[in-house]
Design a protein around this ligand. Structure first.
Ligand SMILES: C[S@@+](CC[C@H](N)C(=O)[O-])C[C@H]1O[C@@H](n2cnc3c(N)ncnc32)[C@H](O)[C@@H]1O
Ligand code: SF4
Length: 450
């Protein structure tokens, strides 16, 4: 284990690197007109990945860092869906040709806030404009609390292939401290129901670093979760950013585990899961060793996008809904996060584009370095620079940072070959930051590394 001094040194705010450049570096220079031009330039042979954001939940979990809103009535959801179907139509028109959808992901918030009929309406709108086939993956994030049989039936009928369920922690004390009461039996009922309608691929999200959570709670939760037989697990470290997410102020900071305890929790869960047949994937994912994600890891074809790690190989991800980000061949584009601005743009006949960034050659190189590093935990600087028509000299600025990381035991450097050490895995974002040309240590923008 790294010494407490080294841990403290690296427990600084760093980006999660689900994109590079990261969202705080997007600007209004990329507007709806640029977005439309970029979409129109995508060749029709290109398969697309589609992301749908549903920013609604019934109640607020105090830890939540997602872009969501609590609604007590259904009407705002209906209005949102009306606008989203217009957006799907407008994007399809702008693309100008029919594309295959290789991968669809509904995230949130809570996509299962949609009424069963609206789940079918939204999937119908996607099917009307994109081509699906038996290889297309259709994943939906689910908060199991209160999910009825009618919702489960609608997900099956819509053709969902993978469900990703939020669990976090099963201990009542932790659940109470984060305003999320979710009994094991209710979670099991929903998973059994999903399997019953043919949704065989089950992912579960867990968290460590929550208030009143210790290694015992994390391990007890992991043990219970294995009874649910998920194919994949995510174990996210709680990102406490109350200056950005005001409801996190409801969390008692005195009850939060410190850096070393967080480190122990993550390490204990990892050992437990590896002892039970899971392969550790990158920073925070686990997959059964015959799962496509574990296979992609071995083949070097794992990718990272806004949902974390993915087997999706499409070069183009088109995001729909408020706050969603598209990753197009030319750069990134983000929709308005504010619901009123999102609606207004669509009502006025525009794409709801708020900002974005066009990728330079240097951005593409650094993006590839960071993505391969986060996925493979090992990179050859010469090889990746060569693939981008450059030599490792362009990374001269990163060298002193890499040497410090090596001296602190996070990586091993052998010429141009960089390997993240077992201790460095949880701090891989800090290693990524060495290649980030935009990075400054900025409390207030990112969550801490550990
Ligand atoms: C959109 S939610 C999943 C679907 C559904 N809303 C739910 O909560 O069950 C995505 C996941 O992000 C994780 N998450 C949310 N807030 C977080 C935070 N502040 N730090 C780390 N992980 C977080 C949780 O594990 C959560 O399940
Ligand atoms: S964790 Fe999920 S259910 Fe809880 S508030 Fe966030 S998005 Fe909603």
């Amino acid at each position: 284990m790294l010494s407490p001094e080294i841990l403290a040194k690296y427990d600084q705010p760093v980006p999660r690197y689900t994109s590079y450049p990261t969202a705080p570096h997007f600007t209004e220079d990329v507007d709806a007109a640029t977005h439309a031009r970029w979409l129109a330039e995508i060749p029709s042979s290109e398969s697309l990945s589609l992301y749908i954001h549903i920013p609604f939940c019934d109640t607020m979990c105090w830890f939540c860092g997602c872009h969501t809103k609590i609604v007590n009535r259904y009407e705002p959801i209906t209005t949102y869906l009306d606008h989203m179907t217009v957006e799907v139509e407008r994007v399809a028109e702008t693309l100008g040709k029919r594309h295959r959808a290789s991968h669809v992901h509904w995230g949130g918030g809570t996509p299962t806030s949609l009424a069963p009929a609206d789940i079918l309406r939204l999937s119908g709108s996607l099917h009307a404009h994109f081509d699906f086939d038996e290889k297309s993956e259709f994943a939906v994030e689910i908060d199991p609390r209160g999910v009825g049989d009618d919702t489960i039936a609608a997900l099956g009928k819509a053709g969902v292939t993978r469900a990703s369920l939020g669990v976090q922690d099963f201990s009542p004390k932790v659940q109470q401290a984060v305003n999320r009461i979710q009994p094991f039996d209710e979670t099991k009922r929903v998973i059994d129901g999903l399997r019953g309608v043919g949704i065989a691929e089950i992912n579960v999200d867990l968290m460590y670093g929550l208030p009143h959570q210790g290694t015992d709670e994390v391990l007890a939760t992991a043990e219970k979760v294995l009874q649910l037989e998920p194919a994949r697990l995510a174990l996210f470290g709680y990102a406490h950013v109350p200056w950005m997410k005001v409801h996190q102020k409801m969390i008692d900071e005195d009850a939060l585990p410190g850096t070393e305890d967080r480190w122990k929790q993550a390490g204990a869960a990892r050992t437990f899961l590896e002892d039970h047949g899971f392969v550790t994937i990158g920073l925070d994912h686990f997959a059964r060793d015959d799962d496509p994600m574990a296979v992609a890891l071995k083949a070097g074809t794992l990718h990272r996008n806004f949902q974390g790690y993915t087997t999706d190989r499409a070069d183009t991800l088109v995001g729909f809904g408020a706050s969603s980000i598209s990753s197009l061949p030319q750069g990134y584009v983000q929709n308005f996060p504010q619901l009123n601005l999102y609606r207004r743009a669509l009502d006025e006949g525009r794409l709801p584009t708020a900002r974005g960034v066009e990728l330079s050659g240097d951005d593409r190189l650094r993006r590839a370095l960071i993505e391969r590093l986060m996925c493979d935990l090992e990179i050859d600087l010469g090889e990746i620079c060569g693939e981008h028509g450059m030599t490792p000299d362009v990374l001269a600025g990163a060298r002193p940072k890499l040497e410090k990381l090596a001296a602190d035991g996070l990586i091993e450097l052998d010429g141009d070959h960089l390997t993240v050490t077992p201790d460095g895995r949880l701090l891989v974002r800090c290693v990524g930051a060495a290649f980030d040309a935009y990075f400054e240590v900025a409390e207030g923008k990112h969550s801490k590394a550990v």
